[in-house]
Design a binder for this molecule. Structure first.
Ligand SMILES: *[C@@H]1O[C@H](CO)[C@@H](O)[C@H](O)[C@H]1NC(C)=O
Ligand SMILES: *[C@@H]1O[C@H](CO)[C@@H](O)[C@H](O)[C@H]1NC(C)=O
Length: 837
């Protein structure tokens, strides 16, 4: 089974065919900056009325048309970030970055039409046939562990990559200056994994530059396929020049002999770069260092002539790639110089290479270490050097995974009729940028809404300005109704990683509003720049929250229900609830509109509380008066009890049409089929002890004197239920769903495994109640320190054993599971180590 096809994605079966149509036929797919449809809701409404009068259309049809328009119309509140906020003039420091998280190493500009650079490599002569070309991060290519040892999110990073017998180190440093985002330099070092291996590997590195439109690249050829430099000009970058310096031995300046090949063609489309290089890597060349015996290697055509085999070379951009082949060990530097970066007196700056680069890298590394300790104080808190290194890698890999995406999402409008087949095509969302961290460079290299709230909890401790950028971009995705799609697949590179049937986001599906967690932290800390940001962001945050609270309203006041549960197919043990983020966590066995979801109610309560605080702080009296009472009602113990306390279970629970008596049984020829036994489903509390049951505790909604706190701590601390030596399990070991597959093809996901995001919330809550006077204070404090030791200890052991942070951890033996590297919310291990909640 293709692991992860099931992850966090709804499968809108009826949308599949139409998606491809929309994706192909959509106007302006590769278009640049043009704004999308921005008509205001009022304008649209007026047009609708006029149109319907003129044509005598039925009200139903008009309503449908109107809803469809609004789904892909941007919200009218003023943008949080001005349109030019990513430009080199406004944000020069952030213009260049490692914003291509899905490649092992590459940089690009924050631009709708970026200039992109990247690295590929291959070990020659290991196996007959084509060498294995490394470029994009893959789960199954045998590369790893890999990840950033240091990355400051701005100007410097050092990454290590293990690839079989090879050890690669990729470093970059940026140097500000001029009006176009400044200069940068890379150093790539390749060494043998173990010293004293018999055959010294012959390795090819491929450095490439890609443009996406009419921009100009002019290669200057030296001898034997070696480029002297590439000069160029774009409107955003002005004049610039790339130089690939001669290879040296690592830590040395003596040049090493290398063989050169070059290839220059039109941009085949970003998703096709690897394939294009692979297909052109078909001629044999000789590597003949003086005084050594020659060796054959596979190379690119070699001579520098423009090859354009596409139907139209115009306006597609260029793809220029230099291959260098030599024996390990070696280092190579690749330098970008901006024409406008000048020293004082308009003098040319010395090139950031050789010893100057070594010095810059060392001083950045030193500054990183100091700032890291100052920010997180792991050393002072007594964590071991190894654990400190884990913390640095967690932060660095999260920051090094920040991407910049630009493109159009596909949206299926909400037609307001649940459970009926929607006869409507997905539509293209206006083209928009997104600056965001990603859950996993290999598996989820794109934006995920609820993950991002957790990511930014870590990022904001390190650099609050990065968090403002990310939140500002996410809030820019708000549609006219106040909805943000939970998975953002923007641009060709991101889209190429997702099968067409998973591209569509439904405008009725929500996702936990975790972006409010970093917002709450901003309010708590009170950094003036954050507060100024919140003032601008407020109308959008309010619209987003209002949409959530209204669109996901439940069957009775103050109850809430996730829209978009999977339909009750005979092959599913328990129809999933992807919008909740907890995918296959068991809910009512028979989906219905009578459901009340506990986690969602708690998220809304948290949202109401944060928005009320924000409104009060900003003097937004009207909103404070609207949301204050809502927050109070949602936090009131009586109302929570009335809707969610299950006396027969002794915990808080979901409510719905439910029976425990469901099972998957083999039924040839269909395979596994769900069988419903006795008792039949009826309206009742859902017996599924796990993360959902803990939500009033996790989000700190209970009074420390609440009589409900004790029972929640009981199930949390009981190893028959949620406690494991590796952290809290997602579903109690005592549950009948524990460790169960949801269908023949769908292994358990949130049915027992330990997840870091929820364990972090639990640690924060235990820490909180451990500091408030009440009957459970001492117990909460004790549980906090035990849970922290378990979670941190296990992530550390798994990191030592595998070199990776993992998506989830086994509650049985602590093993890392799911995809890796998962430097998204698993990086919260750093805040757990720092006891920063
Ligand atoms: C619960 O589900 C069953 C099976 O679909 C259905 O027959 C029954 O009417 C439902 N009960 C309620 C109260 O919705
Ligand atoms: C909990 O109860 C104790 C004893 O009655 C009281 O001192 C304390 O202030 C209460 N805590 C809160 C947060 O109300």
């Amino acid at each position: 089974m293709a692991r992860g096809e099931r992850r966090r994605r709804a499968v809108p079966a009826e949308g599949v065919r139409t998606v491809e149509r929309a994706a192909r036929g959509g106007p302006g797919r590769r278009d640049g900056r043009g704004g999308g449809p921005r008509s205001t809701a009022g304008g649209v409404a007026l047009a609708v009325v006029v149109l319907s009068l003129a044509l005598g259309m039925s009200g139903r049809w008009v309503l449908a048309w109107h809803r469809a328009r609004r789904a892909v119309t941007l919200h009218s509140a003023p943008p949080v970030l001005p349109a030019d906020s990513s430009s080199p003039a406004v944000a020069p420091d952030l213009f260049w970055g490692t914003y291509r998280p899905h490649v092992y190493f590459g940089m690009k500009t924050r631009s709708p039409k970026p200039l992109l650079t990247g690295l590929m490599w291959a070990q020659q002569g290991t196996t007959p046939g084509t060498p294995k070309l490394r470029h994009t991060c893959e789960q199954g290519d045998g590369v790893g562990p890999y990840g950033w040892e240091f990355h400051d999110g701005l100007s410097f990073g050092r990454q290590h990559i293990q690839d079989g017998a090879l050890k690669l180190t990729t470093e970059f440093v940026k140097r500000p200056g001029g009006q176009h985002g400044g200069d940068w330099s890379w150093r790539v070092t390749v060494e043998p994994q173990a010293s004293g291996t018999s055959a010294i590997p012959l390795v090819s590195l491929f450095f490439y530059v890609v443009t996406d439109s009419n921009e100009v690249l002019i290669p200057e050829v030296g001898s034997k396929g070696q480029l002297k430099f590439i000069s160029g000009h774009t409107s955003e970058l002005g004049d610039f020049r790339f130089t690939l310096l001669p290879p040296t031995s690592p830590g040395d300046t003596a040049p090493k002999y290398g063989s050169y090949n070059v290839f220059w063609t039109s941009n085949p489309g970003l998703p096709l770069l690897t394939e294009m290089v692979k297909s052109r890597l078909n001629s044999w060349f000789q590597h003949r260092p003086p005084g050594a015996s020659p060796e054959r290697y596979l190379g690119l055509p070699g001579s520098l002539k423009w090859e354009d085999r596409g139907p139209s070379g115009q306006g597609q951009g260029q793809f220029l790639i230099q291959q260098v082949t030599l024996k390990v060990p070696f280092s190579i530097e690749f330098v970008f110089e901006s024409g406008s970066a000048k020293a004082g007196g308009n003098q040319v700056l010395p090139r950031l290479a050789g010893s100057l680069l070594t010095h810059a890298l060392e001083s950045h590394a030193e500054a990183f270490r100091e700032r890291f300790e100052k920010t997180f104080q792991l050393k002072e808190k007594g964590l071991s050097p190894g654990e400190q290194a884990l913390g640095q890698a967690a932060l660095s890999s999260l920051l090094g995974g920040i991407g910049y995406f630009y493109g159009q999402g596909l949206v299926l409008p909400d037609m307001g009729v649940e459970g009926t087949e929607q006869k409507v095509d997905p539509a293209l969302f206006p083209p928009l940028p997104l600056f965001t961290a990603v859950p996993s460079r290999s598996f989820f290299p794109r934006g995920f809404l609820w993950d991002e709230g957790f990511h930014q909890l870590v990022v904001q401790r390190w650099d609050p300005s990065l968090t403002r950028e990310a939140l500002g971009h996410w809030l820019g995705l708000l549609n006219a109704d106040g909805w943000i799609g939970r998975e953002q697949i923007l641009g060709d590179e991101a889209r190429a990683r997702v099968p067409p049937e998973f591209l569509v986001q439904r405008a009725v599906h929500a996702n936990p509003p975790t972006l409010l967690l970093p917002v709450a932290h901003m309010l708590e800390v009170g950094d003036p720049d954050d507060l100024a940001f919140l003032r601008k962001a407020f109308p959008r945050l309010h619209a987003w929250f209002s949409w959530l609270h209204q669109s996901q309203a439940g069957p009775v006041p103050l109850s809430y229900r996730w829209r978009g549960r999977d339909p009750a197919l005979p092959t599913l043990l328990n129809p999933k609830t992807l919008p909740s983020g907890l995918d296959d966590y068991p809910r009512a066995s028979h989906p219905s509109v009578t459901e009340r979801h506990l986690d969602l109610r708690c998220w809304v309560a948290l949202g109401a509380r944060v928005l009320t605080q924000l409104a009060e702080y900003l003097g937004e009296a009207e909103v404070a008066a609207e949301l204050g009472p809502l927050a109070a009602s949602l936090e009131a113990a009586e109302s929570l009890d009335e809707l969610h306390w299950a006396p027969e279970l002794g915990v808080f629970a979901d409510f719905g049409n439910h029976t425990k008596a469901v099972q998957l049984k083999p039924r040839p020829p269909q395979g596994l089929v769900r069988v419903v036994g006795w008792p039949q489903p009826r309206l009742q509390y859902v017996d599924a002890l796990g993360y959902v049951s803990l939500f009033p505790l996790l989000l700190r909604l209970l009074d420390p004197n609440s009589s409900r706190l004790g029972p929640l701590l009981d199930i949390l601390a009981d190893s028959r239920h949620l406690w494991s030596p590796f952290g809290l399990r997602s579903l109690a070991a005592s549950s009948s769903f524990y460790g169960q597959r949801n269908s023949e093809h769908d292994p358990p996901y949130w049915r027992g495994a330990v997840w870091l995001n929820v364990n972090y919330l639990a640690l924060g809550a235990l820490h909180h109640y451990g500091h408030l006077e009440g009957p459970h204070q001492a117990r909460a404090a004790k549980l906090h320190s035990e849970l922290r030791a378990n979670v941190v200890g296990n992530v550390w052991r798994q990191y030592q054993a595998t070199g990776f942070l993992w998506e989830q951890y086994s509650d049985r033996d602590g093993r890392g599971m799911g995809c890796r590297p998962f430097h998204g919310w698993t990086s919260l291990v750093l805040l757990a180590m720092a006891e920063d909640y």
